[in-house]
Design a protein. Structure first.
Ligand SMILES: [Zn+2]
Length: 154
Protein backbone atom coordinates (compact mmCIF):
# COMPACT_ATOMS: atom_id res chain seq x y z
CA UNK A 1 0.00 0.00 0.00
CA UNK A 2 1.21 3.49 -0.77
CA UNK A 3 2.65 5.34 2.22
CA UNK A 4 4.66 8.47 2.85
CA UNK A 5 4.32 11.76 0.97
CA UNK A 6 2.26 10.25 -1.82
CA UNK A 7 -0.22 8.87 0.69
CA UNK A 8 -0.52 12.31 2.24
CA UNK A 9 -1.20 13.84 -1.17
CA UNK A 10 -3.96 11.30 -1.76
CA UNK A 11 -5.50 12.19 1.60
CA UNK A 12 -5.33 15.93 0.89
CA UNK A 13 -7.00 15.41 -2.46
CA UNK A 14 -9.88 13.55 -0.79
CA UNK A 15 -10.23 16.06 2.00
CA UNK A 16 -9.97 19.36 0.19
CA UNK A 17 -8.87 18.70 -3.38
CA UNK A 18 -10.69 17.80 -6.58
CA UNK A 19 -12.25 14.73 -5.03
CA UNK A 20 -13.63 16.44 -1.91
CA UNK A 21 -17.16 16.51 -3.36
CA UNK A 22 -17.31 12.72 -3.11
CA UNK A 23 -16.79 12.91 0.67
CA UNK A 24 -14.69 9.77 0.87
CA UNK A 25 -13.52 10.76 4.35
CA UNK A 26 -16.91 12.01 5.56
CA UNK A 27 -16.57 13.83 8.88
CA UNK A 28 -13.62 11.70 9.94
CA UNK A 29 -10.69 13.70 11.26
CA UNK A 30 -8.31 10.73 11.52
CA UNK A 31 -5.57 10.35 8.95
CA UNK A 32 -6.23 8.14 5.95
CA UNK A 33 -3.63 5.71 7.27
CA UNK A 34 -5.38 5.49 10.66
CA UNK A 35 -8.80 4.99 9.08
CA UNK A 36 -7.49 2.06 7.03
CA UNK A 37 -5.58 0.58 9.97
CA UNK A 38 -8.56 0.78 12.32
CA UNK A 39 -10.85 -1.13 9.93
CA UNK A 40 -8.13 -3.73 9.50
CA UNK A 41 -8.12 -4.21 13.28
CA UNK A 42 -11.89 -4.75 13.26
CA UNK A 43 -11.56 -7.54 10.69
CA UNK A 44 -8.46 -9.34 11.95
CA UNK A 45 -10.08 -11.04 14.98
CA UNK A 46 -12.95 -12.21 12.75
CA UNK A 47 -10.49 -13.94 10.42
CA UNK A 48 -11.98 -12.03 7.51
CA UNK A 49 -9.95 -10.04 4.99
CA UNK A 50 -10.89 -6.98 2.98
CA UNK A 51 -10.76 -9.25 -0.09
CA UNK A 52 -13.39 -11.54 1.48
CA UNK A 53 -15.70 -8.55 1.86
CA UNK A 54 -14.98 -7.28 -1.67
CA UNK A 55 -15.64 -10.75 -3.13
CA UNK A 56 -19.00 -10.93 -1.36
CA UNK A 57 -19.92 -7.43 -2.58
CA UNK A 58 -18.92 -8.41 -6.12
CA UNK A 59 -21.04 -11.57 -5.88
CA UNK A 60 -24.21 -9.62 -5.07
CA UNK A 61 -23.38 -6.84 -7.54
CA UNK A 62 -23.15 -9.38 -10.37
CA UNK A 63 -26.43 -11.00 -9.30
CA UNK A 64 -28.16 -7.63 -9.14
CA UNK A 65 -26.75 -6.47 -12.48
CA UNK A 66 -27.94 -9.65 -14.20
CA UNK A 67 -31.60 -9.25 -13.24
CA UNK A 68 -34.43 -6.78 -13.52
CA UNK A 69 -35.60 -5.05 -10.38
CA UNK A 70 -35.76 -6.78 -7.03
CA UNK A 71 -34.65 -10.35 -6.80
CA UNK A 72 -33.99 -12.83 -4.04
CA UNK A 73 -30.57 -14.49 -3.92
CA UNK A 74 -29.89 -17.70 -1.99
CA UNK A 75 -33.33 -17.43 -0.34
CA UNK A 76 -32.03 -14.87 2.15
CA UNK A 77 -30.94 -11.74 0.35
CA UNK A 78 -33.08 -9.30 -1.54
CA UNK A 79 -30.88 -7.49 -4.06
CA UNK A 80 -31.50 -4.50 -6.23
CA UNK A 81 -29.38 -2.40 -8.53
CA UNK A 82 -29.75 1.30 -9.15
CA UNK A 83 -28.04 2.31 -12.37
CA UNK A 84 -26.38 5.70 -12.46
CA UNK A 85 -24.66 7.31 -15.42
CA UNK A 86 -21.07 8.41 -15.05
CA UNK A 87 -17.92 7.20 -13.37
CA UNK A 88 -16.01 8.13 -10.24
CA UNK A 89 -12.20 8.06 -10.27
CA UNK A 90 -10.39 6.03 -7.65
CA UNK A 91 -8.90 8.56 -5.20
CA UNK A 92 -5.68 6.55 -4.99
CA UNK A 93 -4.66 7.90 -8.38
CA UNK A 94 -4.25 4.52 -10.08
CA UNK A 95 -6.30 5.45 -13.17
CA UNK A 96 -9.17 3.21 -12.11
CA UNK A 97 -12.70 4.50 -12.78
CA UNK A 98 -15.85 2.82 -11.55
CA UNK A 99 -19.50 3.37 -12.33
CA UNK A 100 -21.69 5.27 -9.89
CA UNK A 101 -24.28 2.50 -9.93
CA UNK A 102 -25.43 1.28 -6.55
CA UNK A 103 -26.20 -2.21 -5.29
CA UNK A 104 -28.54 -2.68 -2.33
CA UNK A 105 -28.88 -5.85 -0.33
CA UNK A 106 -31.44 -6.57 2.36
CA UNK A 107 -30.98 -9.56 4.64
CA UNK A 108 -34.49 -11.05 4.93
CA UNK A 109 -33.61 -12.84 8.17
CA UNK A 110 -32.75 -9.63 10.00
CA UNK A 111 -34.39 -6.94 7.87
CA UNK A 112 -31.11 -5.03 7.79
CA UNK A 113 -29.77 -3.52 4.57
CA UNK A 114 -26.48 -2.26 3.21
CA UNK A 115 -25.63 -0.57 -0.07
CA UNK A 116 -22.50 0.33 -1.99
CA UNK A 117 -21.27 1.77 -5.26
CA UNK A 118 -19.12 -0.12 -7.73
CA UNK A 119 -16.16 2.01 -6.67
CA UNK A 120 -16.50 0.76 -3.07
CA UNK A 121 -15.67 -2.76 -4.24
CA UNK A 122 -12.41 -1.57 -5.78
CA UNK A 123 -11.54 0.57 -2.73
CA UNK A 124 -12.11 -2.30 -0.30
CA UNK A 125 -10.39 -4.88 -2.50
CA UNK A 126 -7.30 -2.98 -3.65
CA UNK A 127 -6.79 -0.39 -0.94
CA UNK A 128 -8.44 -1.82 2.20
CA UNK A 129 -10.27 1.51 2.30
CA UNK A 130 -13.83 1.46 3.67
CA UNK A 131 -14.12 5.28 3.71
CA UNK A 132 -14.30 7.53 6.75
CA UNK A 133 -17.00 7.83 9.39
CA UNK A 134 -19.88 9.96 8.13
CA UNK A 135 -19.03 9.27 4.48
CA UNK A 136 -22.21 8.71 2.42
CA UNK A 137 -20.70 5.50 1.01
CA UNK A 138 -18.94 4.28 4.14
CA UNK A 139 -18.72 0.47 4.12
CA UNK A 140 -18.85 -0.43 7.81
CA UNK A 141 -16.85 -3.68 7.89
CA UNK A 142 -18.57 -5.22 10.94
CA UNK A 143 -22.01 -4.34 9.59
CA UNK A 144 -21.23 -5.77 6.14
CA UNK A 145 -19.94 -9.00 7.68
CA UNK A 146 -23.25 -9.41 9.54
CA UNK A 147 -25.73 -8.32 6.89
CA UNK A 148 -24.01 -10.15 4.01
CA UNK A 149 -23.27 -13.16 6.27
CA UNK A 150 -19.59 -13.25 5.38
CA UNK A 151 -17.72 -16.21 6.81
CA UNK A 152 -14.00 -16.51 7.47
CA UNK A 153 -12.40 -18.08 4.41
CA UNK A 154 -9.87 -20.18 6.33
ZN1 LIG B 1 -7.63 2.35 -6.81
Amino acid sequence: MKQGPEFKRIEDNMRSGQLAAHQFLGTDTRSLKDIIRHDQLVLEPLGITNQDIANRMRYFTEKAAGGLGLQVVDDVFEVEREEHKGDIPCPFADNVQASKSITRVKNLRTGRSVSWSDLNIHLVDEHGFFEGHGAPFRVDPAEFVEVLEIKASK
